[in-house]
Every structure is written in C-alpha cells, then in structure tokens.
Design a protein around this ligand. Structure first.
Ligand code: DC
Length: 225
C-alpha cells in the first residue's frame, strides 16, 4: 500500500506542531517534527561553542553528529549521539542557533535523506519550513500554516510561562521576528508557501477551530477515503 504525505510549512509559533500532532493522531499517521531534527544539530553546535554562522566550522562538526528519532507513546523523542535531548532542544538559545545553522546548505543536505526516508516507510504529517517545496514536493496535501507575529508571540509567551521559563512579550516578539526574517531570507530552501499549498491563517482562531479547519482541508484534499 502506498503511503500518504501531508506537508505542513509555516513560521515558528504558528501552532504547526500541536496541530499537526493532533491531526496525525486523528488520521493514524506518523507525525514528524522536522524542526526538532534541526534543533538537535543546533544544540550540538551550541554545546561545542561553534559559531553557528561559520559554514566551514559547522560542516566539520556534521560527521560527529548522530541523530535518532524514536517514538514513545506516540511522542517523537530526539537523540543526539545516543542521549535523549528532547527537552533541551527547546531552550531559547538553541532556537537562535538552530535558525542560523539551518540556513547552511551542508546542514540541509545532511538532513534531507533522513526526512525523505521517514516518509517512504510511513504515511506522515511532516511539519517544517521546506517540506512542501523541497523535502516532499510531491506530497498529496500541502498546507501553509501561519498567524500574525503578534498572535504567535502571545502563544509562545504562554508556552514559556507553562514551562516555568517566562519571558517578556517584547523579547518573545523580537525573537520571532528575527527568526521569521532569517527563515524567509536565507538562500537555501527559504520558508515560502508552495504554489499548491492551501493557506491556513490561525490568527483569529483558537486551537479547536484551527484543528477543525486543518482536518477539513486535509479531508478535502485527500478526497473520500
Ligand atoms: O519549527 P521549529 O521552530 O522547531 O524550527 C527550529 C528552526 O529550524 C527554525 O528556525 C527553522 C529551522 N527549520 C528549517 O529550517 N527547516 C525545517 N524543515 C524545520 C525547521
């Protein structure tokens, strides 16, 4: 039986992970958070004290990075050289490092095949920045999920508060805007809406409304199953 691929791209904080995870649960698909894979590289570079914008230095580290994904109770966990780093990759410093290293072509090349392989062996909902444009250009369903920078900053602030690491609104908004700029302006695989991707703007929607809208788009695109 052939697998089905659903690609969800969009800026950080648009709710991609939580919405994609919920939709994957509803459809019985595997959820792949590709941001977590990039973050694992960002964490290694951060720990090693390497300048994340120095392509040569970052490339020299790649052979020393072993990344594994494991699913425990349906949750994707990330392993860096054998150690579970699922929580650590969410630190704000790691987000900034990841945004910088993910702009480097050798890093993107290093991860491309790994992402494609996951979609060959399972029906997936994969979220990221270039899934519909580069990783899975033939995906059956493509969605561009976004929300205003202000709405995304408010949601991120709540998330950080719940994690016990609160930050002022202005700082969160600035970090989101900086990452948006870098993710959309890099030369290799910049964040952009694929031509045939359906736009879903969740600025004015709560989680339940966003989830219903996402499932509706997927069902319309997949047709009767
Ligand atoms: O989705 P996220 O915020 O966890 O992603 C972290 C960083 O990784 C983000 O700044 C952009 C980068 N990224 C990417 O370049 N390509 C992807 N497919 C996923 C993430």
């Amino acid at each position: 039986m052939s697998t089905i691929r659903i690609a969800i791209d969009g800026p950080s904080g648009a709710g991609k992970s939580s919405l994609a995870k919920a939709a994957a649960g509803a459809l019985g698909f595997l959820y792949v958070d590709t941001g977590a894979i990039y973050r694992t590289i960002g964490l290694h570079i951060y720990r090693e004290g390497v300048d994340p914008a120095d392509q040569e230095a970052v490339t020299a580290e790649l052979p020393r990075i072993q990344i594994d994904l494991r699913y425990e109770d349906g949750q994707q966990r990330m392993f860096l050289n054998g150690a579970d780093v699922t929580e650590e990759i969410r630190l704000p410093e790691v987000s900034q490092y990841t945004s910088a290293v993910s702009a480097l072509p050798p890093v993107r090349k290093f991860l491309l095949e790994m992402q494609r392989e996951l979609a060959r062996s399972h029906s997936v909902i994969m979220d990221g920045r270039d899934i519909g444009t580069v990783v899975l250009p033939d995906a059956e369903v493509k969605i561009y999920l976004t929300a205003s920078a202000q709405a995304r900053a408010e949601r991120r602030m709540l998330e950080l508060e719940n994690q016990g690491t609160p930050q002022p609104y202005e700082d969160v908004l600035r970090e989101i805007e900086e990452r948006d700029w870098r993710d959309t302006h890099r030369d290799t695989a910049p964040l952009r809406r694929a031509e045939n991707a359906v736009l879903l703007d969740t600025t004015a929607l709560n989680f339940q409304e966003s989830q219903a809208a996402l499932l509706r788009i997927i069902q319309e695109r997949m047709g009767p199953t």
